[in-house]
Design a binder for this molecule. Structure first.
Ligand code: ADX
Ligand code: SF4
Length: 287
């Protein structure tokens, strides 16, 4: 599992998964963990970015964790280096049980509380009454409206009083994210810090293996990018990293949390729209 394999830096997920030596099928570590050239330097730069965030923003800095594997790596680094950075997550009400189970696991492992921000109940009730429980499949506008109620509104409360937020964005994740810097203006008066910007998928899993970082078991089921349950499926061989997110859409596949990296597409909607053909999930496909 170790050994320097420099040509694999930033390889697409499909190539990484196809490598000889990917023995432990069914384990994301077995499939993806590789030590590639410059790994230790990338870790060192990430630690510097996190330390600088703590120094520059103090209690104004917050780790925004989706509880996905990248965020678990960042949490491990925060804990390992004793950085005074708080953690918070957005519980949309549509997350997998496996995702939510990481909140107590983080506490058990690191002694850190994750503050949970949920949508406003009345807004959800109103939205569901107007549009149904799963309107996201009917149009991009309705999907974004759901993200608005379940993610963006709680995000604004989560970030209130904060000056910087730390995310797990990586350049390799999608074309939209190819330019992600270590630090940027989030367009709403805060600094967004992306300490894993230059990490590859192999780096992430190598770190998880090295440090036995707890992670969502859904990653072992070919879900590299995990969001809400109705909007996430497993990916198939050769598919992009984010192919399992909003897979029925031909859109920039962003929910608005990271608007600066999304294409400028459609606005929100709150009322019902005509039904389109239902999506078919390839859930369970093998990567
Ligand atoms: S998303 O915009 O498509 O949902 P993605 O799942 O790739 O984003 O996650 C990118 C980063 O956004 C995560 O590393 C995390 O910092 C933040 N993020 C995404 N979802 C959440 C969430 N539910 N709670 C807190 N932060 C989140
Ligand atoms: Fe709603 Fe799906 Fe957006 Fe989650 S990802 S808030 S379920 S549309």
């Amino acid at each position: 599992m170790s050994g320097e394999v420099s040509s694999l830096d930033f390889a697409p997920l499909s190539e990484v998964s196809a490598l000889p030596g990917a023995t432990n099928v069914g384990s994301a570590i077995g499939l993806y963990a590789r030590q590639t050239a410059g790994f230790d330097e990338r870790v060192a730069r990430t630690v510097e970015v996190l330390k600088q965030a703590a120094a520059d923003f103090g209690p104004g800095a917050l780790q925004s964790t989706s509880l996905g594997v990248e965020d678990m790596v960042i949490t491990d680094l925060i804990a390992r280096h004793g950085l005074p950075i708080a953690l918070a997550t957005l519980d949309t009400g549509k997350l997998h049980a496996e995702t939510l189970a990481l909140i107590p696991r983080i506490h058990d492992r690191y002694g850190i509380e994750v503050e949970v921000f949920a949508p406003v109940r009345e807004q959800v009730v109103h939205f569901v009454r107007a549009n149904g429980e799963e309107p996201m499949y009917r149009s991009v506008e309705l999907r974004k409206a759901c993200c608005g109620v379940r993610k963006l509104e709680p995000l604004s409360r989560m970030l209130a009083g904060r000056t910087a937020w730390i995310t797990g964005l990586r350049r390799e994740q999608s074309a939209n994210r190819a330019e992600v810097p270590f630090r940027e203006d989030d367009g709403h008066g805060r600094t967004k810090i992306n300490p894993l910007a230059e990490w590859s998928w192999a780096d992430v899993w190598h770190y998880v293996q090295q440090h036995v970082v707890p992670y969502n078991p859904l990653h072992d089921e070919f879900m590299p990018s995990i969001g809400c349950a109705p909007c996430t499926r497993a990916i198939a061989v050769g598919e992009d990293f984010r192919a399992g997110r909003w897979w029925w859409e031909d859109s920039s596949k962003e929910c608005g949390l990271h608007a600066t990296h999304a294409e400028p597409d459609s606005p929100s909607a709150t009322e019902s729209e005509p039904e389109a053909s239902p999506p078919t999930s390839t859930s369970g496909a093998q990567a």
